[in-house]
Each structure stands twice: as structure tokens, then as C-alpha cells.
Write a protein that binds this ligand. Structure first.
Ligand SMILES: [Zn+2]
Length: 160
């Protein structure tokens, strides 16, 4: 490692020698200085690299639920795993369901337990598929209309 540092220092000094026309003594001094500062940097880097990073598995303070729902993920506040959406099956693993989970963390009943983009996409699909059109009364009315249409078509074909 020091070999590399020394080479780096040498290159730097050679470069500044060309730029500033250093005398051999000046060059020697510059080399030592450059090497020292490079080594200091390296030591600093090594220290940073060995600093233990706190793992998300051992959180110290509770996460507010608003923080658990981002654009791309929803985090389970029980186990801190991230999902596209929190399934009933997953909540069941914690002995919870959508309602008790929301109650436990003070999440409004209207808040979908899904990533924002998933919620947005679902709303878009709801808008497009119009589930209210699947209501029995609507379907009945529609079936009647379709039957009437088919009959009209049928008689039309017979005549043609
Ligand atoms: Zn979980």
C-alpha cells in the first residue's frame, strides 16, 4: 500500500517539478511532504472504512408510519422489511391484520398499505375498470341491454 502511495507522491512531485522547476532539495522536501499528506489521507480513509455501520435490523427508535410509505416501497413497521405492498398474509405473520396494524401505528384507515406508486397505479386501474359497473344492479341492467341488442342483431341477420 505504501508502495502505491510513494508512487503517487513521486508522480505528484514530478508533475510539480515540471510545472515549477524545483531544485533537487526542494523536490526531496516536496516528495516527503506529499507522501506524508497522502499517508494521512490514507489513514483517514482506513479509519472511515472500519467505522461500524448501524444495521437496520436493530433500530433504536420507532419509525413514524409516514416515513414507512415511500414512492417505491412500504416498510412493515413490525419487522422493517420493505415491500411493494403490505399483504394480509404478511401482517398475519405478526398476528395482525390491516385494521389492527393501522391501529397499532396510528395509521388512518384510508391510508393504503402500499408504496405510493402502487397506490397510484391501483387508483388508475380502478378508474379504468370502474368496479361500480360490476355491481349486481348495474350488471343486470347491462345484461338486459346486451340481450336486447343480441336479439335485434339476430333478427337483423335472419332478415338479411
Ligand atoms: Zn413484517
Amino acid at each position: 500500500m505504501s508502495q502505491t502511495l510513494l508512487e503517487m507522491a513521486k508522480d505528484l512531485v514530478l508533475a510539480s517539478m515540471e510545472a515549477h522547476r524545483l531544485s533537487p532539495e526542494e523536490m526531496h522536501q516536496a516528495l516527503q511532504q506529499t507522501y506524508a499528506s497522502l499517508q494521512a489521507l490514507k489513514t483517514q480513509e482506513d479509519a472511515h472504512g472500519s467505522v461500524p455501520v448501524t444495521t437496520p435490523e436493530t433500530p433504536s427508535k420507532p419509525v413514524p408510519w409516514r416515513k414507512s410509505i415511500t414512492k417505491h416501497t412500504v416498510m412493515c413497521l413490525e419487522c422493517r422489511q420493505s415491500f411493494k405492498q403490505l399483504s394480509v398474509r404478511h401482517l398475519k405473520d405478526h398476528g395482525l391484520d390491516g385494521r389492527s396494524y393501522r391501529e397499532k401505528y396510528g395509521i388512518p384507515r384510508t391510508q393504503p398499505l402500499a408504496a405510493k406508486e402502487v397506490t397510484a397505479k391501483r387508483q388508475e386501474i380502478v378508474q379504468r375498470s370502474r368496479p361500480w359497473e360490476k355491481a349486481p344492479t348495474f350488471l343486470k341492467a347491462q345484461r338486459k341491454a346486451q340481450q336486447a341488442g343480441a336479439q335485434r342483431k339476430g333478427t337483423g341477420r335472419k332478415k338479411a
